[in-house]
Structure formats: structure tokens, C-alpha cells
Design a protein around this ligand. Sequence first.
Ligand code: AMP
Ligand code: ZN
Length: 134
Amino acid sequence: MENCIFCKIINKEIPCYKIYEDEYTLAFLDIAKDVDGHTLVIPKKHCTNILDADEETINHLMHTIQLVSNHYINKCGYAGINILNNNNACAEQSVMHLHFHIIPRNENDQIYVYPKFPGAKYPIEDTLKKLKIN
Ligand code: AMP
Ligand code: ZN
């Protein structure tokens, strides 16, 4: 897709720090420099996010997320990983090409990934009524 920075990376119009590539996916280092090993995994087929991605694309993406994650743990000395994914601008998605963040973790690494939520506003039963499928 035109003007998509991740499509430009896939098409080699702009460079990336490539970790892994196959026919369907690409994994590369995030340039945020916020935490060592911050990795992005993207499908080569452009879609905005998880909401419009087709099942095959998601399957390929999940396969690569697992492959890279196991590599970090089995070959690179990490003890765990966080997988993060933002969908739509209100949920802090800034690049509108589907991507998952992998954050490699170690014991006592002083990295805190899980959000500090403000506390639920409604009784859990009301929330269940609103959100339940079927
Ligand atoms: P999100 O906020 O979930 O949309 O994440 C987008 C991520 O893309 C951010 O962490 C950015 O640092 C990262 N990013 C943006 N441009 C590039 C780029 N050219 N190469 C690598 N990472 C990038
Ligand atoms: Zn794209």
C-alpha cells in the first residue's frame, strides 16, 4: 500500500534491522530504542490491523511470532517474552499496518509492560451482559 512505512520496508524501499523473513512475514527490530530486542512482526500482505486481517494472514503471522519468540528464548538467552498488539488509533496504534511487538524478557529486568489500568467502572455482571457473545 502506498505511503505505508511497513510496506516500504517489505519492498526494501527503506531499510530495516531484519531478524527473520519468509514468504509471508517479516520480523525486524523496532527503531524506538526503548528496550533491547524490541521486535516487530508483520505480514507482507497489507492489512490495517487484526480487525481486517484474513485468517490465513493471521495464521502466518502467529507462526512467525512463535518462531521468533522460541528463537529468543532457546538461542539468545532470554527467559520470556511479552507480545503486544494495538488496534486502531484510540488503542495507540500509530502505524496502520498490522504488527505485533515482541519484547524479550529476563528475570528481574525492571521492564514493566503490563498497563496500569485505572480500575473498572462497572460491576462485572453488567460488563458480561454487554460483551457476551450469544
Ligand atoms: P504501534 O504504536 O503499535 O503502532 O507501533 C508502531 C511501532 O513502529 C513503534 O514502536 C515505532 O517505534 C515503530 N516504527 C515506526 N517506524 C519504524 C521503522 N522505520 N522501523 C522500525 N520500527 C518502526
Ligand atoms: Zn502496509
